[in-house]
Design a protein around this ligand. Sequence first.
Ligand code: PEP
Ligand code: MG
Length: 583
Amino acid sequence: MAKEQHFDGQGVAAGIAIGTAYVRESGAVDVPELRIPKNQVEKEQKRLKAAVRLARRQIRLVQSRAAAKSGTAGEELTYLLDAYLHMLQDSRLVRGAEQRIANQQINAEAAVKAEIVDIAQVFQAMDDSYIAARVDDIREVGNRLLRNLTKTPIKPFSAAPENSIVIAEQLTPADTAQLDPAQIVGAAAMLGSAEGHTAIMARALGLPTVLGAAGLTGGVRSGDRVIVDGSAGHVVVNPAPKTIAAYERHRTEHRRQTRRLDRLRNLAAITRDGAEITLQANVELPIEMNMVTQAGAQGIGLLRSEFMFMNRDDVPSEDEQVDALRSVIGVMGKRSVTVRTLDVGAEKPVAALLNGIEESAVSNLGLRGIRLSLAQTDVLETQFRAILRAANSGHVRVLLPMVSQVGEIRRAREIMKKAAAKLHRRGVTIPDPLPPMGVMIEVPGAALAADAFAQASDFFAIGSNDLTMYTLAIDRGNEHVAHLFDPLHPGVLRLIQFTATAALRARIPVSICGEMAGDPRYSALLLGLGIRDLSMTPSSIPRVKQRIREMDMDAANRRAGVIMDQVDSGRIATLLDDFNALA
Ligand code: PEP
Ligand code: MG
């Protein structure tokens, strides 16, 4: 019997999963692999040819946009795309795949996939760094063919059997969005950490997940039995029967606790001395709407609109966006929904949006969030039109991500007005007045200038994830610095307090929607800093509500006062934990 192995990482989504490992090869696209009868060989070869033609058209389109860009970046991209086009002509990749279909009688997807693996092996064996680097190009082109063959949207884990635990070197937020909880019960990866978007997505789906588990992929094979403890940050491969029994008991206890908290659903989030707090939900995917209702959320404080743009090669049309937004807004009825415009960035690239902009320009300090939207105003205008149309059926607010200049808010307002005017001309009814427009306070410069920003915006939503990242210069998704990511750093707390005070003075609403908001450990401090509206992943609402109901607002204010006099985050943590233990 295989030996039990243990791996440690960060538990980023609580709960225990016991299932069968489904190991994802890095960079691979999951495709169906089928044997075909002889009389279908020609048909499969034709499908391959069509996918090649489509890939060439797609690349030429990107190339024509790249050519419009001046400078060396545009030139380099043009050369690279030339090389891709070449690989799609009479190359080993295409010829090899064609022959495999005939010789091995397999479908086109399986043939392309096998050919990529073969070429990669040959290249890697050559021990030449230039040729080794070309392996990535072959994969890129091959994966495009696979996507064209399987037709978008891409379903990366559709081949995983029921009760699977996905094991990967890295899971992007877009990958994670594709994990179907009916089929996949947990996930673990070698890279990533608790504050990144992959972790947020895993929590949204309620999938026990461990990230940053060093050495994991070397120690596990598809089909192995695996336990993921997303609370403790532990993965066990090939567990002994006695280990499984122990974790089954943990799992039962975790489920019992969750059910107990469900009873709070219809109770108000009110402190013992009568302060009413609003608890809203952060939503990544429409699939969460059941959970939003079940958790008793008073509204959606953050709808991350990226879900509409993920896992596809094109930009969703206005109508598609309207449908997706209505599926969320309709469920909420009279409760407010805060729709954030696209926050595409380093962790969440969307190829179709690059439109001639080279990939390296989109980074955490580059064209992220509102910056990319303002560089592609047509995409933003379409998004505004969709939001305005969907807003007719509910109470909607619009939120701008990554704002660092007051001018960005003004420009966004102008684009919203333009979108509204276009809809008027089309005879479409839209809300009058236009929905409130607020900004995420998540860049330190915006927090420091919160009083000025309050003059230009209708509300604030504090993004403590990015605010911590940018204030402390710590990449939120990087497992190497995960231990340094500290929202209790006095620098971060001062920025939160300054923002809350500025909003209060300007009489505009302020909420917090970073991961801090969903951790009951921080509730007393956030309330003490003047925040009365918290937005979080739906499953966190009951726990935070429970904490609020046992707390005294006056005492929380006093403790926050003491905490804000401290300079050391260790001391702050102790003062906070002592206060929490008193309740
Ligand atoms: C944040 O930065 O805190 C936030 C809520 O936005 P996101 O996590 O989507 O970057
Ligand atoms: Mg953010």
